[in-house]
Design a protein around this ligand. Structure first.
Ligand code: NDP
Length: 330
C-alpha cells in the first residue's frame, strides 16, 4: 500500500515538501477486516485544521502516519461477510491507494444512478453540509434573499442551487471569471471578491441585491463576512460553515469591525459542524439524491490524477483552483 504523511505541523500555507509518499507491506487480513482498493480520494479544507497538531472538534493528524480523509473504493479482499469482494464502499482511510480496515468502518454506497465519486461531493459530506447549513441552521424560508461565499466550491455550489430553487435573489461570491460564469448559468448573481476591499465588496453586494439578505451562508470569512454584515436585512440568519480565508493565517487577525451589524439588524449567526447532524443524512439523500441523478441539480468536479498528486490537490483548495468538488482519481 502507498500512503501520504506529513512530516511536521505547517505554519501558514503548508509547504509541498511537508508531504511524503511511503510504501508498506500490509499484514494479512484479521477476522472482520476488509481490504479496499481506493478509486477516489477527497481533499477538504478542514484537513488543514487537522494538520495543526491541535484537537478541535476532531483529532489532529499524527505526524509520519497515513493521513485520513473520505474515500470511495472497491473491496478486493474480505473477512467481513457484510462486504464481499466487489462491494463499493465509502470510508475515512483516504490519502492511500489500498486501505485495510475493520468492516464496521465502511459504509456501502447508496444506490442512486450517479458516478461513485458524487458520494464524496454533492451527495457526500460537502453536499450534506450545504443542505444542513441552509435549511437547519440558517432556516432558509421560501423567497428569502440568500448570499453564499465560496459559492462555486463543493459546499457553495450546492448551497446556491438549493437556495435558488426556493429563493428570491441568490448571490454568490467567488474568485474567478470561470466560477462567476458558472454561477450566472445557474441564475445566481455572481460577485467577485478579487481585488476588492470590504467597502467595494459591500457596494457590489448592494448593487446585486439592494433589498439585502435574509440569509448569509458563510464559507470564507474576512472581507466576505464584513461586506455581508453590511447587507443584512432585519432578522437575518448567518450559517457559519467555514472561514477558509483564515486557515493558513500565521497570527490571528482582527475580526470584522462591523460585528455590531448583528445587533443593528437583529440577526442570528450560528456555527455548525456537519457531523453533529449526520442522523439527517438519509433525509438529505432522499431529497437531493434524485435531483442529482436526474440532472436537476448540477455539480462540478476538479480532478487530479494519481496518489502522489493528493497534496497538490489539497493545496489547490487554498488557491481557488477548484470548481466544485476537488477530487483525486487513482
Ligand atoms: P471548496 O470546494 O469551496 O474549496 C475551497 C474554495 O475556497 C476555493 O476554491 C476558493 O474559491 C475559496 N478560497 C480559498 N482560499 C480563499 C481565501 N483566502 N479567500 C477567499 N476564498 C478562498 O471547499 P469546500 O466546499 O469543501 O468547503 C467550503 C467551506 O466549508 C470551507 O470553509 C470548509 O472549511 C467549510 N466546511 C465546513 C463544514 C462544517 O461542518 N461546518 C463541512 C465541510 C466544509 P475562490 O476561487 O472563489 O476563491
Amino acid at each position: 500500500s502507498r500512503y501520504i504523511t506529513i512530516t511536521d505541523h505547517p505554519q501558514g500555507t503548508p509547504a509541498r515538501e511537508l508531504f511524503e509518499l511511503h510504501e508498506t507491506e500490509l499484514a494479512a487480513l484479521a477476522d472482520g477486516e476488509v481490504r479496499v482498493r481506493n478509486t477516489w480520494l477527497s481533499v477538504d479544507p478542514y484537513m488543514r485544521g487537522r494538520m495543526s497538531g491541535v484537537k478541535t472538534y476532531i483529532d489532529p493528524f499524527e505526524l509520519n502516519e497515513p493521513l485520513q480523509g473520505a474515500a470511495v473504493g472497491e473491496v478486493i479482499e474480505s473477512r467481513d461477510p457484510n462486504f464481499p469482494v466487489g462491494a463499493k464502499v465509502r470510508h475515512m482511510a483516504g490519502w492511500r491507494d489500498i486501505a485495510q480496515l475493520p468492516g464496521n468502518q465502511l459504509e456501502p454506497l447508496p444506490a442512486f444512478e450517479v458516478p461513485e465519486q458524487a458520494y464524496l461531493g454533492v451527495l457526500g459530506m460537502p453536499g450534506m453540509t450545504a443542505w444542513t447549513g441552509l435549511n437547519r441552521i440558517a432556516e432558509m424560508q421560501e423567497g428569502d434573499n440568500v448570499l453564499v461565499s465560496g459559492a462555486a466550491g463543493a459546499v457553495g455550489s450546492l448551497a446556491v442551487q438549493l437556495a435558488k430553487a426556493k429563493g428570491g435573489t441568490v448571490v454568490g461570491i467567488a474568485g474567478s471569471q470561470e466560477k462567476l460564469d458558472w454561477l450566472e448559468s445557474k441564475g445566481v448573481k455572481a460577485v467577485s471578491y478579487k481585488g476588492k476591499n470590504a467597502a467595494q465588496l459591500t457596494e457590489a453586494l448592494n448593487e446585486a441585491c439592494p433589498e439585502g439578505f435574509d440569509v448569509y451562508y458563510e464559507n470564507v470569512g474576512g472581507i466576505c463576512l464584513e461586506a455581508a454584515l453590511n447587507n443584512l436585512r432585519v432578522g437575518a440568519r448567518i450559517a457559519v460553515c467555514g472561514m477558509i480565508a483564515r486557515y493558513n493565517e500565521e497570527a490571528p487577525s482582527a475580526g470584522p469591525g462591523n460585528l455590531a451589524m448583528i445587533l443593528i439588524r437583529r440577526a442570528r449567526m450560528e456555527g455548525f459542524i456537519v457531523f453533529d447532524h449526520w442522523a439527517n443524512y438519509p433525509a438529505f439523500l432522499e431529497e437531493v439524491g434524485p435531483q442529482v441523478a436526474s440532472g436537476q441539480i448540477d455539480y462540478e468536479e476538479t480532478i487530479e490524477e494519481g496518489l502522489e498528486r493528493t497534496p497538490d490537490a489539497f493545496l489547490k483548495l487554498f488557491e481557488g483552483a477548484n470548481r466544485g468538488k476537488m477530487l483525486v482519481k487513482l
